[in-house]
Design a protein around this ligand. Structure first.
Ligand code: NDP
Ligand code: 8X3
Length: 251
């Protein structure tokens, strides 16, 4: 039987690339995001090879998360793989100058949204004693960089939740692991800098950043290991990057 994967944040970047490579692998997909036009485009494109269902909701909205999962048609109701990917950074300011709205957005999306999604899917995995959860963390969840304060806090929380989930779900045989990327060129910096595309593109100038496909390829590797193999925590950076602050640039 074909596996079904639910991917949050499937309309862009890492989530979209993961949807594309999962479709090639033959997984049926539940694709989530807020931009309906992009969900429809993906359904049209990937629906030629696998079954696709789309869900439009904001992960910050607890009721909407549960309603979306409850609305899944029977053919998509069993989720074998959950990719908790939806997330973003808002702003890059020192802690004394940061916007409280930005802080709340990051904590609500990256931490609480991931928890809501997991809470909505976990009962069925626990009941079946089966399932695989991939949490998309970040190098920002392993170290803190200047002005990264609350984004880094949100990703450190993802790191802790990933470990906690693995411990608590161990008795049910549910696999839990995190993929923690470094610099990947997506819409991430456009969102962080609120649509200032010049500022966003400068983040990736002078070196070869990761592509979303590089991370999708790794996520596919993680979910296609034999059942006894769980990749618990994986950090991946561009070769030019050594840490959050050390990036070899040729400018
Ligand atoms: P993108 O901005 O390209 O994609 C983010 C995705 O998340 C979009 O599909 C967006 O969909 C979705 N999303 C954002 N906010 C919400 C929300 N409130 N409700 C529902 N969906 C939402 O960024 P990336 O692909 O780079 O980011 C994906 C994940 O990877 C994030 O968790 C990010 O923190 C992490 N990451 C990214 C790195 C990078 O350098 N790019 C490095 C390390 C980790 P829509 O707007 O349609 O809702
Ligand atoms: C994204 C990586 O370094 O841009 O999580 O914050 S970084």
């Amino acid at each position: 039987m074909k596996k079904t994967a639910l991917i949050t944040g499937a309309t862009s970047g890492i989530g979209k690339a993961t949807a594309e490579i999962f479709a090639k692998q033959g997984f049926n997909l539940v694709l989530c995001g807020r931009r309906q036009d992009r969900l429809e485009e993906l359904k049209e494109k990937l629906g030629q090879s696998v079954e696709i269902h789309t869900l439009n909701f904001d992960v910050r909205d607890r009721d909407a998360v549960f309603a979306a999962v409850e609305s899944l048609p029977k053919a998509f109701a069993q989720i074998d793989i959950l990719v908790n990917n939806a997330g973003n950074a808002h702003g890059l300011d020192p802690i004394d100058k940061g916007s409280i709205d930005d802080w709340e957005a990051m904590l609500d999306i990256n931490v609480k949204g991931l928890l809501y999604m997991s809470k909505a899917i976990l009962p069925q995995m626990v009941e079946r004693k089966a399932g695989h959860i991939i949490n998309i963390g970040s190098t920002a969840g392993k170290e803190v960089y200047p002005n990264g304060n609350v984004y880094c806090a949100s990703k450190h929380a993802v790191d802790a939740i990933n470990q906690g989930m693995r411990i608590d779900l161990n008795a049910y045989g549910i696999r839990v692991g995190a993929v923690n990327p470094g610099l990947v060129q997506t819409e991430f910096s456009d969102v962080r800098f609120k649509g200032d595309t010049d500022k966003a593109s400068k983040v990736y100038q002078g070196f070869q950043p990761l592509k979303p496909e590089d991370i999708a390829d790794i996520i596919l590797f993680v979910v296609t290991r034999p059942y006894h193999v769980n990749i618990a925590d994986l950090v991946v950076m561009p070769t030019a990057q050594a840490s959050s602050t050390i990036v070899k640039k040729e400018l």
